[in-house]
Design a protein around this ligand. Structure first.
Ligand SMILES: C[S@@+](CC[C@H](N)C(=O)[O-])C[C@H]1O[C@@H](n2cnc3c(N)ncnc32)[C@H](O)[C@@H]1O
Length: 317
């Protein structure tokens, strides 16, 4: 399993080479990371619940690995801070989905969706984590973005689905709809989420079928969790099915993750590649408009970056 991260990125992201400059640095990073991988793996396992001691262990194995920034922030403020400053208007993430020429077939292989920890997700998510996984400015940026694209609060008949949900959705303060469904792994977290009107506990990696009728939702959100999906095409096809025509799917992510549970193709690539990976899910699931990426990072280089890849269900799917 440790070798997964060392697979050739050129093979794995065949459409990236011309479009995404981040790929060449990712290839170099992966070569170096591979050497550190075994040592680092033991040190960072379950980092986010262990806190600062583990973080120091990671720092000890080298800045390059740390630059991959695979930790998650925690409620007590422990977090990493590697992010590169970018000149205005030149976000590589936003560029990543412009003028992509997608190969005819979905380019990823089964091994790209393997994780370092292949034990049951129900074990990993058994205990609730009442923490936030991105810092406050990133949360604020996401909430502001939602306030700009969501249907107005309390619009009759509007339904929203938050997949990979927990005790927080980061929706605008006081936001309400008749139906806001959360789907995630931990019941205690979902029960405590004040914005949800109902919830479903379901492992999407075991059962990607969404338990909703066709054309149910105006909006589907997924916050910092698309990287845990091992059957993303099945899930995105289901999202397309349950969205109303013209409905919006908003996938947001930063540069953190529970890396032992994130898919191999994610942990071995960078932010712009992640935009392309998520974009490819929309493209190959079918029935969506061309996906686009938005960089809503609040303070590039100073707080957590925040990215959106989104698409609407085509009106004539
Ligand atoms: C990093 S947390 C993010 C939670 C929440 N979206 C947020 O922004 O705080 C990852 C979430 O993904 C969900 N998740 C992970 N694997 C999943 C799976 N196989 N099926 C469904 N949900 C999953 C977990 O329940 C967990 O709440």
């Amino acid at each position: 399993m440790a070798n997964l991260i060392g697979l050739s990125l050129q093979q794995r992201l065949p459409f990236s080479a011309n479009v995404c400059p981040a790929i060449s640095s990712s290839i170099r990073a992966v070569d170096s990371v591979r050497k550190l991988y075994k040592v680092a793996a033991a040190a960072v396992k379950n980092y986010s619940t262990r806190g600062r001691a583990s973080r120091r262990a990671v720092l000890g194995v080298g800045a390059l690995f740390w630059a991959q920034d695979m930790s998650m922030s925690t409620a007590n403020g422990a977090k990493s801070f590697i992010a590169s400053a970018r000149p205005k208007g030149s976000s590589s993430v936003e560029q990543a989905l412009k003028n992509v020429e997608w190969p005819e077939q979905f380019p990823f292989k089964d091994e790209d969706f393997q994780r370092f920890d292949e034990s049951a997700d129900s074990l990993f998510y058994e205990s609730p984590r009442f923490v936030t996984h991105i810092d406050d400015p990133a949360i604020a940026a996401l909430t502001k973005y939602y306030s700009e694209v969501f249907p107005p609060s309390n619009t009759p008949g509007v339904s929203i689905l938050d997949i990979c949900s927990s005790w927080v959705c980061h929706f605008p303060k006081g936001y309400k709809q008749d139906r806001i469904v959360g789907l995630g792994m931990n019941e205690e977290e979902l029960k405590r989420n004040p914005v949800l009107t109902e919830y479903v506990v379901q492992d999407l990696n075991l059962n990607p079928k969404l338990p909703f009728v066709d054309d149910s939702f105006e909006v589907i959100t997924n916050v910092v969790s698309v990287d845990y999906l091992t059957k993303p095409l099945d899930v995105f096809k289901e999202m397309q099915r349950v969205l109303k025509p013209g409905g919006l799917a908003i996938m947001s992510f930063s540069n953190r993750c529970f890396w032992t549970k994130a898919i191999s193709i994610w942990t071995s690539t960078g932010d712009a590649d992640h935009a392309m990976i998520v974009g490819s899910y929309f493209h190959y699931a079918g029935g969506f408009e061309p996906p686009h990426a938005v960089d809503i990072s609040p303070n590039p280089g100073r707080s957590d970056p925040m990215y959106i890849v989104q698409s609407r269900k085509a009106l004539t799917a």
